[in-house]
Design a protein around this ligand. Structure first.
Ligand SMILES: O=C(O)CCC(=O)C(=O)O
Length: 274
């Protein structure tokens, strides 16, 4: 084991998620937040809507988080030494806002198998029940794929508003994190999150996902970065960025998002906001 304890690995295997895991110190995460918010102030809309997808390809602050050794060491403990980054997403909920994320399983529309992949969700602000933390349903990673309905709800931050209906969520556990802590979750665990009812921003950065060298994209081709090791399936390999919002990198991100969109919206009735 490189970073996690056996007990932490056990929690991931039993419950389908692991939290909280300490990664960045208070000072480090404060610096990262400052850099992210400066980039948001400069680039505005280019980081919202579809711009929330794969921002690590255009912003050095998110590139450095994505390739952070401590995170990769923890991921290696969960999926092995060959690690690729298939995409990332900024999940920001502004103070007193209605955006939410319905109950879903990540694997439903991602079509990556085997399930040797994990989503890492870094809290860049403190995240709690009041400002819209995630909730996980422990053990549901062992219950197979559930039917999802595409709702396209305008406040739902998922691509299709995909939702698992009629489930008893009384066993769901809040994933409260201090800024600088991370959670990891399994492709099949049922999870979601509510709106931000606080006067604080809720800032999450999800690397969704770190995938093992054995993981194949079953219905398309995705654009990925090698983060560690050298084994990869038939993906389009892309390098790390050159700098902040460089035109070559932005073109690369657009191409990656287009390829991802084809996978997410495969067979969909319509294209959503992301
Ligand atoms: O940010 C959220 O509330 C949910 C994100 C999510 O569903 C995920 O990272 O898989």
């Amino acid at each position: 084991m490189k970073y996690l304890t056996q007990a932490q690995k056990h929690m991931y295997e039993n419950d389908g998620y692991l939290a909280p895991v300490d990664i960045f110190s208070n000072d480090e995460i404060a610096e990262l937040r400052k850099a992210l918010e400066a980039a948001e102030a400069t680039h505005g809309d280019r980081l919202r809507g579809p711009g929330r997808n794969n921002p690590h390809l255009v912003l050095p602050v998110l590139d450095s988080i994505t390739h952070e050794t401590r995170i990769l060491d923890a991921v290696e403990d969960l999926i092995g030494h060959d690690i690729l980054v298939s995409s990332t997403t900024l999940f920001i909920k502004e103070p007193s806002s209605d955006g939410f994320i319905s109950w879903h399983q990540d694997a439903r529309y991602v079509h990556m198998e085997p399930y040797n992949w994990v989503t890492a969700w870094l809290a860049i602000s403190d995240v709690d029940e009041e400002n819209g933390c995630m909730y996980m349903m422990p053990g549901t990673q062992n219950e197979g794929m559930k039917p999802h309905e595409d709702t396209y709800d305008e406040n739902n931050a998922l691509t299709r508003g995909q939702t698992i209906l009629d489930i008893d969520v009384s066993a769901a556990k809040p994933v409260e994190l201090r800024a600088g802590q991370i959670s990891f979750h399994h492709p099949l665990i049922i999870h979601g999150s509510g709106p931000n009812r606080s006067n604080r921003r809720r800032i999450g950065f999800a690397i969704q996902s770190y995938i093992g060298g054995d993981v194949e994209q079953k219905i398309g081709q995705i654009h990925v970065q090698q983060a560690r090791g050298d084994k990869a399936q038939n993906h389009v390999m892309i390098p790390r960025l050159n700098g902040e919002m460089q035109s070559e990198d932005m073109a690369r991100r657009d191409a990656a998002n287009e390829a991802l969109g084809k996978v997410f919206y495969h067979g969909a009735k319509k294209i959503g906001r992301y």
